[in-house]
Design a protein around this ligand. Sequence first.
Ligand code: FCB
Length: 454
Amino acid sequence: MTGPAQFPQFPSDFVWGVATASYQIEGAVAEDGRGPSVWDTFSHTPGKTHNGDTGDVADDHYHRYLDDFNLMAGLGVGAYRFSIAWPRIQPTGEGPANPLGLDFYDRLVDTMLARGISPAATLYHWDLPQALEDRGGWMQRDIPQRFAEYAAVVAERLGDRVSYWITLNEPFVVTAFGYALGTHAPGHRLLAGAFPVAHHQLLGHGLAVSALKSASVAGQIGITNAMAPVHPASSDRADVTAAAVLDLLHNQTYGDPLFAGRYPDELAAIYRGADLSVIRDGDLALISTPLDFLGVNFYNPHRVQAGGPEQLGTEIVEYPGVPTTAMGWPVVPEAFTELLTDLVARYGPALPPVYITENGAAYDDRPDADGRVQDDDRIAYLDAHLRAVHAAMAAGVDVRGYFCWSFLDNFEWAEGYDKRFGLVRVDYDTLKRTPKASYDWYRSVIAKSSGGAL
Ligand code: FCB
C-alpha cells in the first residue's frame, strides 16, 4: 500500500465527498407520513433479498443523522451525496407535499451546511412510491410527469441550499435489474421489453431538469449513470458483437440520448420486440437539454462472450487471474481511466464536466474486539481507482470531484446487510458506528492531496 504522502495531487477545487442513498441508510420507513416504496414491498417479499433483509431499520440514519454528520465532518469532505425518498415527500407519488418529509431533508441540509459540507441531492435513488408502481411504474408515460412535479416540490423547499442536483441514479440498473431481469424492485422479468423503462426515466430526467430550472435552483444540475467499459472475451466475431450489445444496453442507451440527442441506430435490433413507439416527437430534445455535469458511477468493467436469448446475446464472464471484491466484481482500476477517456472520445464537447458520484468496494471486513476494521483491501481498491481517475484527468478529462461509496455500511439491495461498502462500520445489532482504517486513509488523502495543481 502506498501512503498518502506519495498520493498524486488533485486540483485545489477538486470536490471530495462520500455518498449514500435514502432506502439504504434511513430506516424509519413508517414514520412522519412516509408512504411505502417498491423496495419496501420487494424486500418484504420472501426470497427476494439475502436473508430476507429489509430497509425497515437500516442504519437508523433518520434518527442518528446528527452523529453521522459529526463523523462525516471528521473526514474533511467538502460534499455529501445523499438521496431524497420520494415517498417521504409524496407518500403516494403525487399530490401535495408531506411537510414532515420535507422538514427531514431541510434538517439534513442545514446540518451538513453547518459543518461546511455541500449538499449533493439525488432525487431518485430507486425508492419509487408503491402507488405509482401499482399503476405500471416506469413502464407508464405519466410517471415522468409525476417525477417532475415531485422535483418541483423539493426544489421549492431546498433550491436555495443544494449545491448539486442529481435527477436519477443509474437508470440502467433500474431498467436491467428492476424490470428486465427482476432481481431488484419491482421485480419484473420483461427482458428486452423493459425498454420503455429506460425511455421514461430519461424523459423524467428531462422534465425534472426543466422543473429545477423553472424553480431557479442555485445548484448545478446533472444525472448519474452507471457506466462500464465492455471487453470481448476473444476476437471472435460473436464475442465482439456480444460486447457491442452490452455496451449499447449499459452505456449508449443512456449516454447517446443525453449527449448526442439520439438513440443508437441498432436500438430496434437489440431491444427486439420492445415498444419503441414510446419515443415521441420532442422527447429527445428534452432529454438532451445541456447539463452542468455528468455523474459517473464506476465499480468494474465487463468481459463478455456470446450468450443465449435470455441474456440478449451477451454473457458476462470472468477476467482470468483478476482479483474480485466480495460482490464478485473484478478489480480493474485501469478500466476507470479507459471509461473516462472513452466518454470524451464518444461525446466530445457535448460531454459536461464529470463528477465521480460513486466508486468503492465491498469486502468481508473482520472487526477486532472493539469493532475496528483494518480494511487494507478496500484501501488498496480506493487508492488504485483514485490514481486511475487522476490519470484520466492528466489525459484531459474534466473530472471535478469524487464521492466514495459508501460513507456507512448499509442495506445493499438484494444482498441485504451481507455486503459492506462503508468507510464506517455499522454493527447491525447495536447500530454502533466505528470508523474503519479506510476512513482514516481517506481523511489523510483529502487533507494531503488537495491544494495542489494537477
Ligand atoms: C450502485 C448503487 C448503490 C450501491 C452500489 C454498490 O449500483 O447506486 O446504491 O448499491 O451500487
